[in-house]
Design a protein around this ligand. Sequence first.
Ligand code: ADP
Ligand code: F6P
Length: 325
Amino acid sequence: MENKVTKIGVLTSGGDAPGMNAAIRAVVRTGIYNGMEVFGIMRGYSGMIENDIVPMHSRSVANIIQRGGTILKTARCKEFFEHEGRKKAYNNLKKLGINGLVIIGGDGSFRGAHKLSEEFDIPCIGLPGTIDKDIAGTDFTIGFDTAVNTAVEAIDKIRDTADAHDRLFIIEVMGRDAGYIALHSGIATGAENILIPERKTDIEELVNGLLEKERRKKLVNIIVVAEGDRGAEDVAQVIKERVPAADTRVCVLGHIQRGGAPSCMDRLIASRMGYSAVESLIEGRHNVMIGIVNNKMHYTPLEKAVKAKQKISEDWLKIVKILAS
Ligand code: ADP
Ligand code: F6P
């Protein structure tokens, strides 16, 4: 098949995630290997609208595979929600002759890409880059593994001090609408309770469980709460009132989970996905999100990728309950 995509643009959009740089590197180098011109679009859709677009060379992406953040920077761009904003963006791409895009971001960024491709017929490939792992069509998203390992390291440290003082800690991890970081880090650190937005928290059950543990003299408790559930402070308030004997502390891990050197796994999936994005554009597989399912590349149409959320299986929740007893 004739290779119609000759000039590609790559951008990172929405919340940053460790491994985005590895993905940019893979896109740039695979594009150049295939004789394409590659452009970096700065600050997500903002740079597309403001024409902040720079040529990328093989050396532009040297020494970045191990770095967190994104060399292209990222942003949330209100103007892109409007047709006029997207038109302005498309005209800038057209002037440079860019005829293919790789968007590294979350479902919001894919929503924007889907609209752009529908309105202006420009092929778009999405790479799932978010620490939240809340996108269907892939087993892992770029950044999740690093974020969850950061959370595990922090929770292990908190357990040391919790144990020394016989304290109860409520630890808030990231995840606006998704409990994956809480679930994985909570199981991996042996948390007694894990609160996630996908399942309504039964506060009575939580309080009764703590009272029962108190009777058994089980004094150290780690409760991991996803920020999208009800927030650690809120949970602490209830526990302080209902279980006053517990020496309760709160720790919000926050943006520490978004930074740092990407794990080996995140570097690998980012490299594979970046390579596959360019191959897809060459093969004419347009407007898809590249995922990895059962260790194989998996392609989900962008319009589906923006609708479906990854579901948390009941088995995981059962494991939490049994192992924490
Ligand atoms: P993420 O990609 O991490 O989910 P956001 O939801 O903040 O992050 O989306 C990133 C950007 O994608 C937004 O700031 C906006 O520019 C663009 N975007 C999101 N949703 C839409 C939409 N429905 N239409 C057009 N652009 C969108
Ligand atoms: O989507 C990733 C994420 O880190 C969420 O878990 C969190 O709620 C949100 O981004 C915070 O975004 P920001 O601080 O950039 O507004």
